[in-house]
Write a new protein. Structure first.
Length: 392
């Protein structure tokens, strides 16, 4: 009997919540994913900004294998040396005072909501922004600014207000003594690679100096060097009270974290929050390699340099196709190309040319290369992107 394809088996066994890409992946190598039939795809999506050091990175593999020979799980009732070492690296590069480890960005958002509610009380208001994305659980979904994800699951949590991203005047009129916190992505990812303006950050900082509220930086997609700096807020003169991390932090394994400044580091008491798997020793061992390679060795400097080249070349292509491309925006290896039409056909054309990218917000090509990508990889993308535009 002929074995059923994995796509059919997937359809018959897994809940239908993902729009599967029609490629069966066998393994990954550096910046490439290799399909079952041997095709090599340049992965400029990098597992949705997770595989910062690409696939099969020798340092990550060695760290994982070494930790597994000791133990692959340890209850958080016990000290976990890899957790402590990773926490120290995170605090060193962030200037924060404490870390709570989670399994994902969504869990990090949920933990931070509990910190804010306990510190400021349940009746104060939390501000978030249009086009933002903070996860899909009830708390994180309540913060998110995209109604299409919420409509089937109303009502959302109370005392959360969305205001227009980069609207300085609305920010002024929305924040008052009843404001507990502002959740912000300095670079919106899911929303279409939208960058916060300097004027908006300046006003946010000014308001914070006048009114006591927390700034929570959602760095889940942008953190650990992706924008050419350690965190995306490092592009601005501001320091948040709480930083949320995940995606690339675990080197491909499930890992997230909440970093708090001194004011919020003692808000949660024993038993207020916890996680069975949060800070898993194997994931933390991989996370240490991520921090050493990207932050300690300043890989993000190269990301910023190559990102500037990438964006400059994309703008040249934009000028060639003014009827097709509206704008190129981003920093480092977090780039959005806004099209004047739905970008799904471009993504399909790139895939036929053995390049993987992503379409977000319906008309924005989201480009998230592994941080180890080279100029030759960028040039390969640029050539084939231009060819795809000729065909559309």
């Amino acid at each position: 009997m002929e074995e059923k394809s994995y796509f059919l088996r997937d359809k018959n066994s897994i809940l239908n919540t993902y729009n599967r890409i029609p490629i069966e992946i066998s393994y990954g190598e550096g910046v490439y994913l290799i399909s079952k039939n041997g095709d090599r795809y340049l992965d400029f999506f990098s597992g949705l900004a997770v595989n910062a050091l690409g696939y099969n990175h020798p340092g990550i593999k060695e760290a994982i294998n070494l930790q597994i020979t000791k133990y692959n799980h340890l209850s958080n009732y016990y000290l976990n040396p890899t957790q402590i070492e990773l926490a120290e690296l995170l605090l060193k590069c962030s200037g924060m005072s404490g870390v709570f480890f989670t399994n994902s960005g969504t869990e990090a958002v949920e933990a931070s909501l509990k910190i804010i509610r306990k510190a400021h009380g349940p009746d104060k208001q939390i501000i978030s922004f249009t086009n933002s994305f903070h996860g899909r659980s009830y708390g994180s979904l309540s913060l998110g600014g995209k109604n299409k994800y919420k409509e089937a699951f109303l009502p959302m949590l109370p005392n959360i207000k969305q205001i227009n991203f980069n609207d300085v005047q609305e920010l002024k009129t929305s924040i008052d003594v009843n404001t507990a916190a502002v959740f912000i992505e300095f670079f919106q990812g899911e929303g279409g690679i939208n960058l916060v303006s300097n004027e908006f950050v300046t006003e946010l900082k000014k308001l914070k100096s006048e009114i006591e509220f927390a700034i929570i930086a959602d760095e889940v997609q942008t953190g650990i060097g992706r924008t050419g700096k350690t965190f995306s807020f490092n592009h601005f003169d501001i320091l948040p009270d709480i930083i949320l991390l995940a995606k690339s932090l675990g080197g491909g394994l499930p890992l997230g974290s909440v970093l708090t400044n001194k004011k919020y580091s003692d808000v949660l008491s024993k038993g207020d929050h916890g996680s069975t798997f949060g800070g898993n020793p194997v994931a933390c061992a991989a996370g240490i390699i991520i921090m050493e390679e990207i932050i300690e060795n300043r890989l993000y400097d190269k990301v910023l340099e190559l990102g500037n080249y990438f964006i400059s070349e994309l703008n040249i292509i934009k000028d060639r196709y003014p009827d097709k491309i509206s704008e190129v925006r981003g920093k480092g290896f977090m780039i959005g190309v806004e099209m004047k039409f739905n970008c799904s056909e471009i993504i399909k054309s790139l895939r036929q040319k053995k390049i993987l990218a992503n379409c977000t917000n319906s008309n924005v090509i989201r480009i998230l290369p592994p941080l180890i990508s080279q100029k030759k990889d960028i040039d390969f993308f640029l050539y084939n992107f231009d060819e795809s535009l000729k065909e559309i």
